[in-house]
Design a protein around this ligand. Structure first.
Ligand code: ATP
Ligand code: MG
Ligand code: MG
Length: 362
């Protein structure tokens, strides 16, 4: 098949490589440069976007913030109602979806102006997180509020664009579920993985390193099925959860969803029989999803440093991915998947290597 991916960042490239492995031809569309880039296809470039869309059998994406003109031009080639994609780029419609589908999430309210935000904060007697409705990632576009904090200056800053206020959740840990839904509605999910964030950015993921919790896995898969079925979604989708403890038992609250391959699924490139990129390609091209097997893996993000040290490139337990991006503090520039035998061993790797692999913003 001929596949066109919107976005030419690391996710687009990893999707493209998996597609090539499956025998497909691939073009990437850079939404920054407005250019078409080939990954494999023997084509006469430059191609315009319109020509690339005509060339393709199917259009998919690495990030959901797809320019409106691309959505319109490629409408017939998406396997998914393009109007629904737009709703997923706004936290207000995303939260509404959780409420409609009765998927538990932190209590929230929406605001459109500084005055509305002031009103909400003035009535809150617990800690809150304020999030811009659109465009936030890696914890950007977020503010914290504690009762007693000065409201006006915060409302003036955070209220410059529409957003949501949600209760700060004293979570026990953060986990995510990455899974795929095929065109026939069939679903395949990986086990829940544990995610550690630093300054709002995913630092590392522990996959297959703790005893699976059947009850939480079931809750997560139910949420995944409700959300993807409501969207009539095709492809890989990531769901981020908070694990909360109530009356001695644990339950999940959805934090947010990512309608695409997800950073917390990168471990699967080394730790699974089929990576999340493979699952996405399978879903797009109607190959049965199968049930991926897994091996214990640590995924350590490489953030804001100029290179991955050669000791890791040389270590057979490590699979290094370098995105060929300029390093800036807080910017993801690669990841390393590490084959480990236990959580303790994974934690040792993190202690030893994260200071050398991660430079966060001050
Ligand atoms: P991503 O890069 O995952 O898309 P994002 O910018 O969309 O991140 P969130 O996932 O909403 O942001 O928040 C980033 C992190 O901030 C979360 O992983 C969590 O650690 C913390 N956080 C967000 N919302 C809450 C909340 N309501 N209560 C407690 N912590 C929160
Ligand atoms: Mg997000
Ligand atoms: Mg997140």
């Amino acid at each position: 098949m001929k596949l066109l991916f919107i976005g030419d960042g690391q996710l687009g490239q990893m999707l493209g490589r998996s597609a090539i492995q499956h025998g497909h031809e691939v073009l990437l569309y850079s939404t920054r440069e407005h250019t078409i880039k080939p990954l494999s296809a023997q084509l006469n470039l430059p191609l315009s976007l319109a020509e690339a869309i005509r060339w393709s059998d199917c259009v998919s994406w690495e990030h959901e913030d797809i320019p409106a003109e691309v959505l319109t031009a490629a409408q017939a080639k998406f396997l998914f109602d393009t109007n629904r994609i737009k709703g997923l780029t706004d936290r207000r419609t995303e939260k509404q979806l959780f409420d409609e589908q009765q998927v538990a999430t932190s209590p929230w309210s929406a605001f459109s102006t500084p005055a509305e935000l002031t009103e909400i904060l003035a009535h809150s007697d617990a800690a809150q997180v304020i999030k811009a409705a659109r465009g936030g990632y890696d914890g950007k576009g977020q503010w914290r509020f504690q009762p007693g904090d000065a409201i006006e200056p915060l409302a003036q800053t955070a209220g410059q664009q529409a957003g949501i206020v949600e209760a700060m959740i004293p979570f026990k840990r953060e986990v995510s579920l990455v899974g795929a839904r095929g065109q026939d509605g069939q679903i395949a999910c990986y086990p829940l993985v544990i995610n550690i964030h630093r300054q709002g950015i995913l630092s590392h993921t522990f996959a297959g390193l703790t005893e699976p919790d059947t009850q939480l896995q079931q809750q997560a898969e139910q949420a995944f099925a409700k959300i993807t079925t409501a969207l009539d979604y095709v492809g890989v989708l990531g769901v981020e959860f908070f694990v909360v403890e109530e009356a001695g038992s644990q339950r999940l609250l959805v934090n947010e969803i990512a309608p695409r391959v997800h950073n917390s699924g990168h471990w699967s490139m080394q730790g699974s029989s089929h990576s999340q990129f493979d699952l996405h390609i399978r879903a797009l091209t109607q190959i049965p999803l199968g049930q991926p097997t897994i091996r214990p893996t640590l995924m350590l993000n490489v953030i804001g440093v100029a290179e991955i040290p050669s000791a890791l490139w040389q270590d057979a337990r490590c699979q290094c991915h370098w995105y060929n991006k300029a390093a800036r503090p807080g910017r993801k520039v690669g990841h390393v998947n590490i084959q480990v035998d236990s959580l303790e061993e994974a934690e040792q790797w993190v202690t030893e290597w994260s200071p050398r692999l991660q430079t966060l913003a001050d």
